[in-house]
Write a protein that binds this ligand. Sequence first.
Ligand SMILES: Cc1cc2nc3c(=O)[nH]c(=O)nc-3n(C[C@H](O)[C@H](O)[C@H](O)COP(=O)(O)OP(=O)(O)OC[C@H]3O[C@@H](n4cnc5c(N)ncnc54)[C@H](O)[C@@H]3O)c2cc1C
Length: 185
Amino acid sequence: MRRILVVGGGYAGFYTAWKLEKRLRRDEAEIVVIDPRPYMTYQPFLPEVAAGSIEARHAAISLRSHLKRARLIHAAVTRIDHASKTVSVLPQDGEPFELGYDIIVVTAGAVTRTFPIPGITENAIGMKHVEEAVAIRDRLLDAFDRASVLPPGPERSRLLTVAFVGGGFSGVEGFGETSRWRPRC
Ligand SMILES: Cc1cc2nc3c(=O)[nH]c(=O)nc-3n(C[C@H](O)[C@H](O)[C@H](O)COP(=O)(O)OP(=O)(O)OC[C@H]3O[C@@H](n4cnc5c(N)ncnc54)[C@H](O)[C@@H]3O)c2cc1C
């Protein structure tokens, strides 16, 4: 039977596998989804998670609950060899292994770019994953708590100042969502 291999169970990968499950007969193809995360991250909700407007679980869609037929492998693909139609798979536990495919769908997404901006890598938090949105929320709440006992001055100001690097969709929506806290500071 043909094997359709989906690399990355994020937005594009999840929907690809979901639609294939609906359109293909069981004996037509095996669908395999490989992702180190057991859930699809609904990234449009991450600014709301960062602002504490919704809970983290609302931005995570379980692959196992929604993909009934696909074989799910929780691992990272580290290499794709189109010549031999094989991928190298690195599971969280256990030994790396190779897996063949007939058709491959590469939907491994994107990473937050940090450019050579001093301090960004060490201090900033991206907004592509649920864990990052939760980390932003926790850091903000922690800063607010610490500022609440300080008199006006540079340290309090520093704790109550939030900088978004990048004014694209994530930056603007993140700014807008977290601004709801501003009047309380
Ligand atoms: C804050 C924010 C808000 C957004 N709001 C909107 C919006 O309102 N409307 C809109 O249309 N779009 C929005 N987007 C954009 C949209 O979310 C993305 O375009 C979409 O998620 C991209 O889908 P994708 O499948 O390419 O990547 P992702 O959804 O990022 O999925 C990639 C998947 O690949 C997995 N992966 C990564 N490396 C590997 C590997 N080596 N092996 C196996 N798996 C791997 C990851 O774990 C992940 O699950 C937003 C994005 C962000 C960050």
